[in-house]
Write a protein that binds this ligand. Sequence first.
Ligand code: SAM
Length: 272
Amino acid sequence: MDRRSAFAGGDQQYLRDVQYGTGAKLDARSYLHRTYATSAVPLAQFEAALIDWSGIRTALECGCGTGRFWDNDALSRSLSITLTDLSPGMVDEATHRVRELGFAGVVSEVCDVQALPFDDDAFDVVIANHMLYHVPDPDRAVAELARVVGRDGVVLVATNGHGHMREVNEAVAEVFGSHAEGLYEVFGIDTGEARLRERFERVVWHAFDNDLLVDDPAAVVAYGLSFPPGESATDAQRERFTQAVARRFEGGRLRIHTRAGVFVCSRPRRSP
Ligand SMILES: C[S@@+](CC[C@H](N)C(=O)[O-])C[C@H]1O[C@@H](n2cnc3c(N)ncnc32)[C@H](O)[C@@H]1O
């Protein structure tokens, strides 16, 4: 790829201070998923159920965002959890949430997944959800995930691919002429596996079967204006986007197609 967009790893200061300075923009997106999913369980619970947690004592999450992965009653409260993110605001929010959820052993650190301040083999499980497409050098990040996970450990990587949230992206393109694509060229369903295979002997993809059935246009508008280019929309563009979203509702409903899932990676290679 040529020059990366700011959202797709081209500007870490933008990601740290503007897009993810607080959880507000991420929350507008996660609200839509949490409220309108057709799946019986959220992606994070689907993901957690892919592995056997009985022998797991130490967990690292990279790019933890607001820490919602841990909102799962099936996970033992005696786990030792290390929460990390590029954004100090996210680390604070996630640490507060995960402690409130009853996990006693929570530590946190602001750091870049491309340079993790942890020893080799330090964790039983490492999680990097919906974040590798924001990283300037995703291969370096994947090498770090493989370095810090134990030899018998597992790395979970949730991601999306082209076609994810198609109906919203079409409305964005109609008004703004483009969408913050480039994300999935950096790391997505179709591009991530080859990167992961460089550093893990075993990589298994699990598709998450889910759509969003939305009855509130305002929630879709908030989603579409939470990232570039809609994030810096003028009042006139906001109005046109609101209309473009409303036109897509039929009988008070809009079905939004998603394309997401999880790579489960094991047997780390320490050199490619
Ligand atoms: C889309 S959010 C995902 C948050 C959470 N993992 C989830 O699935 O809800 C991406 C997160 O990755 C963080 N991030 C972006 N680049 C990063 C990097 N190089 N190292 C660590 N975290 C990063 C952002 O600050 C943000 O919190």
